[in-house]
Design a protein around this ligand. Structure first.
Ligand code: SAM
Length: 221
């Protein structure tokens, strides 16, 4: 029986079913999942990991930008699913995480494909040139700062490219005041604003999925 977060947005019996159906047999990824659990490193939930993998296989991206690398788990999943020519740049501001991610990426055999960049994403995005356009941008970093990153992400996205954002429903708090925990009010307000910005952006069409902790998928039109 999986241990569930009591505030999860999806009922436990559905999550249990989804996880039973989306098991994988990659031993190295299992070891990273165990490491994340034991060291309280937040990584994408299994359903979200599978969703990322499927999107990468379908979109066949040549260039992916990830914001929030942690130990390299989601970057490795995307590298496995995207074609051999795909390059991934992943931003991470925590030096220990950067070291661990680089080690993990090397062990997984993806050092040529994935570059871990130690930087504060909020500052770094504005330094990336317009000609560095990406096919997929995965936002999984500082939730309260997504509102400051969206314009840069849209600028750096190819037409037809996709922005995927994780944790947008934030244990249901984004959707309903009754779920909001007091100390999370600022982050919740900013996530609500972020969702509004996505929905109002004329260059994007966005779907909000109640998957994992809530995921948006936005295509540049
Ligand atoms: C949810 S974790 C990323 C998990 C990873 N995408 C995965 O699923 O394997 C978020 C990461 O973003 C990093 N982070 C937070 N603020 C950041 C910022 N301003 N710039 C770059 N990285 C940041 C954190 O240090 C943390 O490792």
């Amino acid at each position: 029986m999986i241990e569930y977060d009591k505030d999860a947005i999806v009922p436990p019996y559905i999550t249990e079913y989804l996880r039973e159906k989306t098991v994988h047999n990659d031993e190295f990824l299992h070891s990273l999942e165990r490491y994340a659990e034991e060291n309280s490193v937040p990584i994408v939930e299994p359903e979200t990991a599978r969703f990322l993998s499927v999107l990468c296989r379908a979109a066949k991206p040549k260039k992916i930008l990830e914001i929030g690398c942690a130990i390299g788990y989601s970057a490795i999943i995307m590298a496995k699913a995207a074609g051999a020519e795909c390059k991934i740049a992943t931003l991470e501001c925590n030096a220990d995480m950067v070291r661990t991610a680089r080690d993990n990426i090397k062990t997984a055999g993806y050092s040529e494909k994935i570059s871990v960049i130690e930087a504060d994403a909020k500052d770094y995005l504005s330094y990336i040139d317009d000609d560095e356009v990406f096919d997929i941008i995965f936002l999984d970093g500082p939730k309260a700062h997504y509102i400051y990153m969206l314009d840069e992400c849209v600028r750096l996205l190819k037409k037809g490219g996709i922005i995927i954002t994780d944790n947008v429903l934030y244990k249901g708090m984004t959707a309903d005041d009754n779920h909001v925990v007091r100390r999370k009010i600022t982050i919740v307000k900013r996530l609500r604003r972020y969702v509004d910005m996505l929905m109002e952006n004329k260059e994007l069409e966005t779907a909000i999925l109640p998957l994992g902790d809530g995921v948006t998928v936005s295509v540049k039109i």
